[in-house]
Design a protein around this ligand. Structure first.
Ligand code: FAD
Ligand code: NAG
Ligand code: NAG
Ligand code: NAG
Ligand code: NAG
Ligand code: NAG
Ligand code: NAG
Length: 562
């Protein structure tokens, strides 16, 4: 009998799956050793990397940033394939920083002297939580707030330090700050805004940004202790001129045609927890312990399966119990880690700005706008800003003079966005803008609230220029059954250890399969963003996880390792 080659099937053609496929395919000797394929449920490769085009600009519907170029494998590939320069306009985000305009609801442009103390406080609190705070960097005062906040958390939460959330910690920090600042002069000329309300709302704006960074829709569900385990690469954060998808296409180009199969959604995975019962004999090629079922009814046997589907898809597959994807169901250590970890929704919204009246492309430059909202319940709304806009921290052109504006959404607001009609979105954004940019003077009088009243799709600025929105494009990560959300976070009640459990292959070592060596272990391996303890939620985390699982198999077969 001809010795069979072990068959490795990778589920998912995103960053993790394609990285694993590459490592396995290009490792010396492995071409002869393995039968390899990637099965992808969608009709495209890339997964949560989804470069698209909007109004002639290259934009990202999913992964956008290289989070720190120092040491990033993604950056290395991008440089190697010359993806960092392009002639076509892209989401390069150069209109940043100095150009930021922070406006409080009602159209009150805020002076840096009001914003900076709160922003500094917020940043120091996050640095402290992330373990990045170097004491000599900051004033004793700030260290004091952080320590007070952390201490308050220790004392108050029922389960002790373990149950601490970032949301709770941040608010304790704000309270500590308020308790210690001297009586400050009340501000004037900001309508119904008092100093305290403004400070609170600026703080909330930063929290909203944090919600999109972490995908925790409510920061009170984001674990405090895990925050300091998360690692960032040093250096600049940049976007990819030729699109994030260029990295994916490069990885795929190294694989032979046909290795990646599209439209192959896996519906059921039969595996053998005891590791020794032959499942089926395929054409006399011996037994393979794992059987995959596809949406079209076809099946495939495999020796090893690397699963890279999102944590959202895994959560759904265990929620359904015995009718879920795994047969038998996943062991409890795995199922519990899956359900404890957080998987949130983050979406991007692009809107096209048109300038009415003037010809040519010399449209009115839209600012890099940061929005400071009244608390939802704080007063009767004169303007009907929809609730799903009220936790959006910013709206800005994707490059200096672009007519395309971008906002990030998180949590239930992001989920709502997915279900809205384009028309409703345009109305919602327009109404919001009319409460923030009715004029450029500062501060305004209460009466000028009436400006822009009843104006649906356009907002006039004091000089008679208008912002009008024409087209929208939004991502829909939560409704897409191949993702069911955006990225993972360590929720209160879970810990970094759960991310390690996510990475454990199945079946787990057990003494019960003593005596049997016929069936190889490593039936089901887990890769993907949510399986990396320190780089979860990123493309490079997914990349590392793919390498890790490919290496696990290579080592198993004593191939050239790592
Ligand atoms: C809006 C948004 C913004 C982001 N921004 C950034 C950023 O700026 N920087 C950054 O580093 N990261 C960012 N990320 C995260 C990054 O995109 C992901 O961490 C990474 O792409 C995940 O790769 P993966 O291979 O683990 O999973 P995926 O890309 O999800 O790949 C899994 C694949 O499995 C397929 N699949 C699912 N179910 C099945 C099935 N039953 N059968 C067969 N195939 C199936 C899916 O179609 C998918 O192609 C962002 C993500 C989102 C959504
Ligand atoms: C965009 O604006 C910023 C800030 O004004 C400036 O530093 C940058 O060079 C500009 N970029 C381009 C491409 O004009
Ligand atoms: C807000 O300001 C307006 C005008 O100054 C005033 O009539 C109204 O009562 C104020 N609302 C609150 C809640 O203070
Ligand atoms: C951007 O717009 C400003 C103002 O309209 C204009 O002066 C400038 O030349 C534009 N820059 C580019 C790169 O188009
Ligand atoms: C309003 O238009 C004027 C004149 O064109 C411009 O200088 C100003 O920046 C605009 N205001 C805002 C808030 O964009
Ligand atoms: C991916 O991008 C396309 C547009 O190119 C869009 O239609 C699709 O909805 C995007 N996928 C998700 C999950 O947002
Ligand atoms: C399984 O056994 C191997 C080899 O003894 C060991 O390295 C690994 O940590 C074990 N895994 C588990 C989950 O116990």
């Amino acid at each position: 009998m001809v010795a069979k080659k072990p068959r490795i099937v990778i589920i998912g053609a995103g960053m993790a799956g394609l990285t694993a496929a590459n490592k396995l395919y290009t490792s010396a000797g492995s071409k002869e050793l393995f039968e390899l394929c990637v099965v992808e449920g969608g009709t495209r490769i890339g997964g949560r990397i989804n470069t698209s085009e909007f109004c002639g600009d290259k934009i990202e519907m999913g992964a956008t940033w290289i989070h720190g170029i120092g040491g990033s494998p993604i950056h290395k590939i991008a440089e190697q394939i010359h993806s960092l320069q392009s002639d076509q306009p892209w989401e390069c985000m150069d209109g940043f920083a100095e150009e930021t305009t922070t406006v409080a609801e009602g159209g009150f442009e805020l002076n840096p002297s009001i914003i900076e103390p709160v922003s500094t406080l917020f940043n120091k609190l996050m640095d402290f939580a992330q373990g990045k705070m170097v004491e000599y960097d900051v004033s004793n005062e700030e260290v004091g707030y952080c320590k007070l906040a952390a201490k308050a958390c220790t004392c108050t939460s029922n389960g002790g330090f373990k149950e601490l959330s970032i949301g709770y910690f941040l608010r304790r920090g704000l309270d500590a700050y308020w308790d210690s600042v001297r009586e400050q002069e009340e501000i004037k000329g900001y309508g119904n805004w008092s100093r305290k309300l403004l400070e609170e709302a600026i703080f909330a704006m930063h929290e909203n940004t944090q919600r999109t960074y972490t995908s925790a829709g409510d920061l009170c569900t984001l674990d405090y202790n895990a925050e300091s385990e998360y690692r960032m690469f040093p250096g600049e954060e940049i976007t990819i001129a030729k699109g994030y998808l260029s990295i994916i296409e490069f990885l795929a180009s190294l694989l032979p045609a046909g290795l990646v199969q599209l439209g192959r959604k896996v519906t059921k995975i039969e595996w053998q927890p005891d590791g020794h019962r032959p499942l089926e004999v395929e054409n006399g090629h011996g037994d393979r312990p794992v059987k995959l079922h596809f949406c079209d009814g076809s099946t495939m046997l495999a020796d090893h399966v690397i699963i890279t589907v999102s944590l959202g898809v895994l959560k759904a597959s265990i929620r359904d119990g015995s009718s879920g994807m795994f047969h038998p169901p996943l062991p409890s250590f795995k199922a519990e880690a899956i359900s404890r970890l957080g998987f949130g929704v983050v979406n991007k919204l692009f809107v096209q700005l048109t300038h009415d009246g003037e010809s040519g492309n010399n449209f009115n430059q839209f600012p890099y706008l940061q929005m400071v909202f009244h608390r939802h319940d704080s007063e009767k709304r004169r303007k009907k800003i929809p609730w799903w806009m009220r936790r959006t921290s910013s709206l800005f052109p994707i490059y200096n003079n672009s007519s395309v504006l971008l906002s990030w959404f998180a949590g239930k607001e992001a989920l709502e966005l997915e279900s809205l009609q384009d028309e409703e979105i345009i109305n919602g954004v327009s109404t919001t803008i009319s409460s923030f940019l009715p004029q450029s003077h500062k501060p305004m009088t209460p009466n000028s609230h009436e400006l822009g009243n009843g104006n649906v799709n356009s907002v006039e600025n004091s000089s008679g220029r208008e912002f009008k929105f024409k087209k929208v494009l939004k991502s829909q990560w939560a409704t897409d059954p191949l993702f069911l959300g955006s990225y993972s976070y360590v929720a209160v009640g879970s810990s970094g250890e759960d991310l390690d459990l996510m990475a454990e292959p199945l079946p787990k070592n057990s003494s019960s399969n003593s005596g049997s060596v016929t069936s190889p272990p490593l039936q089901i391996l887990f890769a993907g963003e949510a399986t990396h303890r320190t780089h979860y939620s990123t493309t490079h985390g997914a990349y590392f996880s793919g390498l890790r699982e490919a290496n696990r198999l290579l080592q198993h077969y004593h191939c050239v390792g790592v």
